[in-house]
Design a protein around this ligand. Structure first.
Ligand code: ZN
Length: 398
């Protein structure tokens, strides 16, 4: 690092804090679900255009890319922020709470987008780098299947807006605001989604012997599934099998015809992932058969493991340490069982996915909770981080 050169500090973004908060609150008030991010994308595109970026909309349906080249540097960097909200009814009671019933920014993507916009403005005004920066504003991170990152990549993201390395961030409730969390190698788990229909034979509640009760079958399957992680997976390997949906029946005097289960399954290795698929399939089919029922299994492989490349992660850690001091940086965070579709971008390019603390105690409400809110104090910190990362990555030689 050339120490004579001055790079972005958090203090440089403080004058922009009010503006970023206003942008964040506006996005928060108008949450849009996966691939419906029309207003959010329009706001992002308008700001980027205003600040002098070359803007491309409709990348991966509702995605937006802002590109800026300064000087004659040949290197390029990509930074991604996600824009979508969740189908949750907000219960924060905040003055800027969601105005759209049943939709909410409960994962802080409003904050991720606002932090990257802050960096965008700063970089365009200061132009203290040589090379090309591409800002990827991505739709539909929460989509599970055919999500926004994959959609943008399939739409030619890395051919049309090529970068030497790609970076992304997610807020992290439970860690102090403004702290940065990293991990080289596998960081976030692969997440698969399984949809199961149990077909029985419905009938009268008082004549169970003439039916095949799918409620009893599905209950037995739910219990049997608990043995997979406990008895089939190596205890030294992380894995999760969660039944998030169990649905059947509509009246107490009716044995229904079918029952439905939906599972979320997480893992870190290809072997464990394959074994989970094999055991879940066997167990569901054979349990159902043992009761005289049948099962349809729709096993959808979701996001792959988020794997951070060593060199880019080392670089990202260094930039965080310069910006906020080593005591605010955790270089070796434990693996997380959550999943992220940024994994697809990291399959295509080297890079690093990092986490920024969203607060502890009362501020530590977990994401996907109706009382969650992104912490505004992170806006200038996160924006300064992205700005400095770009300046350092694209620092002119000599
Ligand atoms: Zn999220």
């Amino acid at each position: 690092m050339d120490t004579s050169k001055r790079y972005c500090e958090v203090a440089d973004l403080n004058s922009m804090a009010d503006e970023l908060r206003a942008i964040r609150h506006h996005i928060h008030q108008h949450p849009e679900l996966a691939y419906e991010e029309q207003q959010t994308a329009a706001l992002v595109a308008e700001k980027l255009q205003q600040w002098g970026y070359t803007v491309t909309t409709g990348v991966g349906r509702t995605g937006v890319v802002g590109s800026l080249t300064v000087g004659d540097g040949q290197r390029s960097i990509g930074i991604r922020a996600d824009m979508d909200a969740l189908p949750i009814h907000e219960q924060t009671g905040l003055p800027y709470a969601s105005q759209h019933h049943g939709k909410m920014h409960a994962c802080g993507h409003d904050g991720h987008t606002s932090m990257l916009l802050g960096a965008a403005r700063y970089l365009a005004e200061t132009r203290n780098f040589s090379g090309t920066v591409h800002l990827y504003f991505q739709p539909a991170e929460e989509h599970g299947i055919d999500s926004g990152a994959k959609c943008m990549i399939d739409d030619g993201l890395f051919e049309r807006f090529p970068c030497d390395a790609v970076f992304g961030v997610h807020n992290h409730p439970g860690a102090p605001v403004g702290t940065f969390l990293f991990r080289k190698g596998p960081f976030l788990a692969a997440g698969d989604n399984i949809y199961i229909t149990i077909h029985g034979t419905g009938g009268h509640a008082a004549r169970p012997h003439l039916t095949v009760d799918p409620i009893v079958v599905s209950s037995s399957i739910v219990m049997a599934l608990q043995t997979i992680v406990a008895r089939n997976i190596d205890p030294a390997q992380p894995a999760v099998v969660t039944v998030g949906v169990q649905q059947a029946g509509a009246a107490n005097n009716v044995i229904p015809h079918s029952a439905r289960l939906e599972l979320s399954v997480r893992s870190f290795s290809a072997e464990v992932r394959a074994l989970l698929k094999q055991r879940i399939t066997e167990l569901v089919q054979q349990q159902a058969a043992s009761y005289g029922a049948t099962a349809d299994i729709d096993y959808r492989m979701g996001y792959p493991v988020v794997i951070n490349s060593d060199r880019e992660t080392e670089f990202a850690i260094q930039v965080a340490q310069e910006l906020v001091g080593a005591e605010q940086v955790v270089p070796h965070t434990a693996q997380l069982m959550g999943s992220e579709d940024f994994a697809y971008m990291l399959q295509a390019r080297p890079g690093c996915f990092l986490r920024i603390g969203n607060g502890t105690g009362e501020d530590g409400c977990m994401v996907h909770n109706p009382e969650y809110d992104f912490n505004d104090r992170n806006l200038p910190i996160g924006a300064a981080y992205w700005a400095r990362l770009v300046e350092r990555f694209l620092a002119p030689a000599g």
